[in-house]
Ligand binder design. Structure first.
Ligand code: HEC
Ligand code: HEC
Length: 320
């Protein structure tokens, strides 16, 4: 009997050691790296049209996270990082050769925006969005803008702060989060004459409306957005700047719990200017998408009308 106990004790000890070893490895090893990828040969021609389109995309998709205390895109702590994940810090993406991305090639930036993998294989934290569905041309525009003479991109000396991740975030990055595959086919711009197609692209490919407006980031499907749980049905528990939960709204055509009864004009006012039909203002993290044209917002409205209605009453903090 004593012998059996001894063996059990040994086995338990070994198991505990392995568990402790794995835990230490997760905790202390650096963020996961992959084999250095094959970076595509790419030289983006910088044209005024591309710079303008890139500036428009960046104003809604990059600036909010990357603006630093010096007013340049030098990086900052993201105050609304989920507590379970730790503290995310965005990076210096100014033209500084070492502290920013001045030395990155167009191909490296392009590959990173698609996959979140850098040329040396280092994988970015999930706070940095990936753009697996954006049209090639729109990403070229972002790159052209990053090369432009926008003052906010002038070299900043500020060094990028390392991420401060919890054990959970580190474990997820090791075992769950994976880079998206680099597209094997060109991704064309949508047909702008087809409102539903344009709206679908803007809401699921470029501006990530579905990302915030489906049930949870954890169950979103970036490669096939329509397969995300509760697609556009709201309730994604996001945080405001004070760390309080501000769930996203149901924007499916369900007449009671979604926006089925909203007119096109009410939708445009809300999305572009942040004014809801009852006169209240939308709250962070939903930001007014002012740079979108009325035509683009109407296209999103037309597309959302084609999305299956989801019956989901989202309990939101009262408006004042
Ligand atoms: C929700 C916040 C957020 C948004 C929006 C965002 N980023 Fe980031 N970005 C981050 C974070 C956080 C990191 C650091 C990730 C890491 O190192 O793990 C990062 C890293 C980067 C890097 C890598 C820099 C380096 O030195 O390794 C580049 C390039 C970049 N972002 C460009 C962009 C561009 C261009 C856009 C807009 C199209 C954008 N980001 C939008 C949060 C964001
Ligand atoms: C960063 C996350 C995020 C993104 C991106 C986002 N939204 Fe929102 N949205 C929210 C949240 C959170 C609310 C709820 C805000 C509130 O209760 O004040 C909201 C509210 C709304 C509302 C108001 C609905 C209502 O019942 O009050 C509409 C309409 C809307 N979003 C449409 C869009 C569209 C269209 C896009 C893409 C162009 C978009 N959102 C992108 C998070 C987001």
């Amino acid at each position: 009997m004593k012998k059996v106990l001894k063996v059990v004790a040994w086995l338990l000890g070994i198991v505990l050691l392995i568990v402790a070893g794995v835990a230490a490895w997760i905790n202390f090893a650096p963020a996961p790296t992959y084999d250095p990828p094959t970076i595509p040969e790419l030289k983006v021609e910088v044209t005024p049209e591309r710079v303008a389109q890139g500036a428009k995309i960046a104003s809604m998709q990059c600036v909010i996270c990357h603006t630093g205390s010096d007013g340049k895109l030098s990086g900052q702590i993201l105050k609304d990082s989920p507590k379970a994940f730790g503290k995310f810090h965005s990076a210096n993406i100014t033209k500084h050769p070492d502290r920013g991305i001045g030395k990155w090639t167009d191909g490296e930036i392009y590959y990173f925006l698609r996959t979140s993998v850098r040329k040396d294989g280092r994988f970015a934290t999930p706070a940095m969005p990936k753009f697996p569905k954006a049209a090639d041309e729109d990403l070229y525009s972002v790159i052209a803008w990053l090369r432009s003479d926008d003052q906010r991109l002038e070299p900043s000396e500020r060094g990028s702060h390392p991420q401060e991740l919890t054990f959970l975030a580190k474990a997820l990055m090791k075992f769950v989060f994976r880079p998206y595959p680099f597209p094997t086919e060109p991704i064309p711009l949508p047909d702008t004459a087809n409102a539903v197609e344009l709206g679908r692209y803007l809401a699921t490919g470029l501006y990530g409306c579905y990302d915030c407006h489906s049930a949870d980031f954890a169950t979103n499907n970036a490669l096939e957005p329509e397969k995300s749980v509760g697609f556009f049905g709201g309730g994604n528990p996001m945080l405001d700047m004070e760390g309080n939960v501000m769930p996203s709204a149901n924007i499916t055509p369900d007449p009671e719990t979604g926006i089925g009864s909203w007119t096109e004009e009410q939708f445009v006012q809300t999305v572009k200017h942040g004014r809801r039909p009852d006169g209240t203002s939308i709250r962070y993290p939903m930001l007014p998408h002012t740079p979108l044209t009325d035509g683009e917002v109407k296209a999103i409205y037309a597309y959302l009308r084609t999305v299956p209605p989801v019956k989901n009453k989202v309990e939101r903090p009262a408006f004042d």
